[in-house]
Design a protein around this ligand. Structure first.
Ligand SMILES: [Zn+2]
Length: 460
C-alpha cells in the first residue's frame, strides 16, 4: 500500500508533469492487470522466429511456395489466428481482404492481402477498435523481392504484438469489436493500410481507434544510446479530413492539439502510467516520424482516429538494410537485435489499451461549449449507449494533458461555475457502470471521434 507521503508525491508529480486523463480516483481494473501480466515475451519470440524463417516477406515475393515468401507467411498468420480462435469457442472470424494492386513500387499487378481476426463485441459490435502491424519486409532496394529480408523489427515486432494481443484478449468478452490486423504492402506504399481503410468503409465500421505498431522491439541505437522504458506514440494534431471551414473555426477557437487521435494518445499515456511498471509513453505531436509514413496514415485519411507506436530509439543499421557485415558492423533486421521484454511492455500497453477502449462506452458525440461573455461555461453532449455517467474535463490552453475534471452524473450537460470559457480547453468522457472510461472528446468537429453528418446538399 502506498503511504500518504508517497501518494502526495505522486499527486505532485502528476501536477508537475501535467497529469494524464486516468488520474482520477477510480481503482485500477483487475481485468486490465491480468491482461498485462498474461503477455509473454516467449510467445513474441516464437512468432518473430517463425516469421523470419519465411526468408523474405516482401510484398512482391513468392505467393505459392509453402516455405518462403509473403504467401506462406500470410497463410501462417491466418492459421495462427484460427488456432487462437479454437481456444475461445471460435470467437475470432478470420478475414483476408485481397486486391490486385499496381503503383510506383509495384510495377506489375500484385496480389495484396491483409489478414484480419475479428472478435465481435457483445453489446456494441458496430464500434471497432483496431490493432495493426505489417507483415511485409524489405532490404536496401525496396524492389528486391528475393534476398533474405528477415524484418524482425520492421515489422515482425508489430505483427507479433498483434498476434499476442489476439491470444491474450480472446480469453475475454468485450462490448465493442476488436480487430487484429496483420497488413501487407506497407513498404511499397501503405497499400495494406489503404485496403484496411476501404474494407472498414465497405463494412460500415465505426472505427474509434487504430493502434498501429511499426518498429516496436529494439532498444539500442547504433550511436550507443539505449532506452527500454519508453515507447513513442505519434498522433496528428488536427484531422487529415478537416475541411477549410472546419480549419478556419478551429484556428480561431482552438483545437489544434485535440484531434481524436491526440486524445487517444493521452488515453494511452494514462494507461501506461496506471498499468505498467517502469514504462511510459513519450507523446510525439506528429502524425509519424519526420517525413516518414506508416499504415495509420491511410486510416487517418479515411477519417478514422489512429496513432503510431514506435520504439523510443530506432537502429538505422537494422532497418531497410541488406543483411551483411561491413567494417565490423552487422547490418540487417535480424531477430537477435530484438529486446523481447521490451516488446512485451509495448504489447502490454496495446492490449490493456484495446481492452480499456472496448470495455468503455464510446466517447460522447456532439460535444458543445457555450458561455461567451459570462463567468460560467456550459458543456453539453449527446448520450451514448452503455454510458452510466459522464465526466467533464478541462485544462489550461497550454497544458499537454487533461488536468481537471468534474463528474456530471448521467446528465448530458454540466455548467462549470466561475470557469471562464475563454481561459480553458474542455472535453467530455463517458463512463460505464463498471467504471471503464472513454477517451476525452474535444468539442466540435476538431475533436469529434465520429464525424458529424455532411450538411444537406443545396436544393437543385
Ligand atoms: Zn515498417
Amino acid at each position: 500500500m502506498r503511504t500518504t507521503a508517497a501518494l502526495a508525491g505522486l499527486a505532485l508529480a502528476g501536477l508537475l508533469a501535467g497529469t494524464t486523463q486516468a488520474a482520477d480516483e477510480a481503482a485500477p481494473h483487475p481485468l486490465l492487470q491480468t491482461i498485462a501480466s498474461d503477455v509473454s515475451p516467449a510467445e513474441l519470440k516464437a512468432t518473430i522466429t517463425r516469421l523470419v524463417a519465411f526468408g523474405t516477406r516482401h510484398t512482391l515475393s513468392d505467393t505459392q511456395s509453402k516455405t518462403r515468401g509473403i504467401g506462406a507467411a500470410r497463410r501462417w498468420v491466418a492459421s495462427r489466428f484460427a488456432e487462437i480462435g479454437k481456444h475461445c469457442g471460435h470467437c475470432l472470424d478470420v478475414e483476408t481482404p485481397e486486391q490486385m494492386v499496381q503503383g510506383e513500387r509495384i510495377p506489375k499487378p500484385a496480389d495484396l492481402m491483409d489478414v484480419l481476426a475479428i472478435q465481435r463485441g457483445t453489446s456494441d459490435p458496430d464500434r471497432y477498435v483496431i490493432i495493426s502491424g505489417h507483415l511485409d519486409s524489405r532490404v536496401t532496394d525496396p524492389m528486391n523481392a528475393t534476398s533474405d529480408a528477415p524484418g524482425a523489427d520492421d515489422d515482425g515486432s508489430g505483427s507479433a504484438a498483434v498476434i499476442e494481443a489476439a491470444r491474450v484478449l480472446s480469453k475475454y468478452k468485450f462490448p465493442a469489436t476488436i480487430v487484429y490486423a496483420v497488413l501487407s504492402g506497407e513498404e511499397q506504399g501503405l497499400y495494406g493500410g489503404k485496403l484496411l481503410a476501404q474494407y472498414a468503409k465497405d463494412h460500415h465500421w465505426q472505427v474509434e481507434a487504430v493502434l498501429n505498431n511499426d518498429i516496436v522491439g529494439n532498444t539500442n541505437g547504433e550511436n550507443g544510446v539505449t532506452d527500454a522504458t519508453h515507447v513513442r506514440v505519434f498522433s496528428e494534431g488536427t484531422k487529415s479530413t478537416e475541411t477549410t471551414d472546419e480549419a478556419s473555426r478551429r484556428r480561431y477557437n482552438g483545437g489544434e492539439v485535440d484531434s481524436p487521435s491526440r486524445n487517444i494518445a493521452r488515453f494511452i499515456s494514462g494507461i501506461a502510467d496506471r498499468y505498467l511498471t517502469g514504462f511510459s509513453v513519450r507523446m510525439v505531436y506528429r502524425t509519424d516520424r519526420f517525413s516518414r509514413g506508416g499504415d495509420q496514415v491511410p486510416m487517418l485519411a479515411a477519417g478514422y482516429p489512429a496513432v503510431r507506436f514506435t520504439e523510443a530509439i530506432e537502429n538505422y543499421t537494422r532497418e531497410h538494410q541488406d543483411v551483411r557485415t561491413a567494417n565490423g558492423i552487422q547490418y540487417g533486421d535480424l531477430p537477435e537485435a530484438i529486446d523481447y521484454p521490451y516488446l512485451a511492455q509495448v504489447t502490454r500497453l496495446n492490449a490493456t489499451t484495446l481492452a480499456a477502449l472496448a470495455m468503455a462506452p464510446a466517447p460522447p458525440p456532439s460535444v458543445k461549449i457555450e458561455g461567451a461573455v459570462t463567468q460560467d461555461t456550459k458543456v453539453s453532449w449527446t448520450a451514448v449507449p452503455g454510458a452510466a455517467r459522464y465526466r467533464v474535463w478541462w485544462r489550461d490552453t497550454t497544458a499537454p494533458f487533461w488536468t481537471n475534471n468534474q463528474p456530471a452524473g448521467n446528465a448530458t450537460t454540466l455548467t462549470l461555475k466561475n470557469t471562464n470559457i475563454d481561459d480553458w480547453f474542455f472535453g467530455v468522457s463517458s463512463v460505464s457502470a463498471d467504471d471503464y472510461e472513454s477517451p476525452v472528446e474535444f468539442p466540435g468537429s476538431a475533436g469529434a471521434f465520429v464525424p458529424p453528418p455532411p450538411p444537406p446538399a443545396p436544393p437543385k
